[in-house]
Design a protein around this ligand. Sequence first.
Ligand code: CA
Length: 525
Amino acid sequence: MGIAPFVPGLCLAQADSGRSASEPDRRPNIVYIMTDDHACQAVGAYGHPIARLAPTPNIDRLARAGILFRESFVENSISAPSRATLLTGMYSHHHGQTTLQYGIMDTTCVHFPELLQEAGYETALFGKWHLSIEPKGFDWYDIFYDQGEYYNPVMRTPETDGAYLRQEGYATQIVTDHALAWLDAHREDGRPFCLMIHHKAPHRNWMAERRYLELYEDVEFPEPPTLFDDYATRGDQMRQQQLTIDKHMGYAFDFKVEELKDEPTLPYIRASWDLAMQTLTPEERQAWDEAYARMNRDFLAQRPEGRDLLRWKYQRFIHDYCRTIRSVDDQIGRVLDYLEAHGLAENTIVVYASDQGFFLGEHGLYDKRFMYEEAFRTPLIMAWPGHIRPGTECRELVQNIDWAPTLLDVAGVVPPASMDGRSLVPLFGNGRAKGWRRALYYQYYDYPAVGNVRLHYGIRTDRYKLIHWYGPGEAGDPDIDCWELYDLKRDPHEVHNVCDDPHYRKVRARLEAQLNRERQRIGAE
Ligand code: CA
């Protein structure tokens, strides 16, 4: 991206006032790119060792050109709630989409693209939607069915009358193709645009693009220090959850060992493998089978056990996960190149985010849902020449409730009072702002559900995290009511719950009071 003269974080809500009809519309374009389950540990710019072995040069290019939010979090670490929060700027309990269940979102909430559209923006959305309500505020959209598929996904537009049509190719590329084709058709319209590109990758079950099926095969990724976490200081929720790499992933669906597809596993996993394989064309299936036959040969001959088996599973999982991210990074590069080639880069804010973070083997886990760091965090990068100083790092606590107010502010639209978050524009100057928030609230509601993660809520400051696990048990689980407290400065990997440690009595009392005040302030239940 080019570098224009730097304008420190200013109140942009007035930026467009006084523009007459004869003047060109210089309001910035917005390109918002979001992946699904992309952990900070696998984004090069965040500096984790995994990303040194599986780099993301195009996402890093964006970070170098703009601002990297080091302390970026979600308020409810799972897809549909996070997507509803992106659109509304609200906590889950305010927009109603607290879980993955369809039909529960408050349909009267204002979505930020509606306000952009009213203000004269052209708006479009491509890729994963994952909400049961119709997209609101978009001139055009082309969206996946449900979670979407990696290969030959079905998609629908406003013109297909609700019908999903199969698209030929790999999802990450298809979504980008459609987005760039839309830009081709609209970039000369003279109106600013908001283009949202929502990838399926790197969501489970991590099906790599054909040319990347064997990428990184010679690489051994570092194991996280908590891969063999025994949960010694934790409550019962960790013994009830079903999200471990060791016990709760499927040989075929997750690890791509077709030969072992009938090994005992959670029932939904077996059926999911068959559905995933049905999306491949015969040629794709042949390439797939040949690649995994080569990669599975040693494993099937040796059949490791115990810790070695978990190590093998971790490696296979992280390899496939990073393979899908390689395609994402390629396609982000295409978008950035397009903006530069067509003179759009100077006046466009580009945002990169994920709908939440993900465990890459930390605590022996995959998936999200928990308030533990790797799932609670989410990557967030923004670049905007002339308004964000290249290479800025922000260590203030930011959350996905802030994203809608930020994009409205950037466009010169005053965020409505209904939004819980606040614009991040004041942080664009040097990553700091006076009077910024001191704590984040989190709540998870999706129980009973896949993963069997118990209900919890909590508060996180720059140093501590207090979590309350609560609620009646379902299907044989006992009721639960327990607390966890982590000192993130001394215990960044969250393995020492100090909730009952007398040294932390005052800290706990202070955090409990803070948590109660926060719950009252935002009306959490
Ligand atoms: Ca997700």
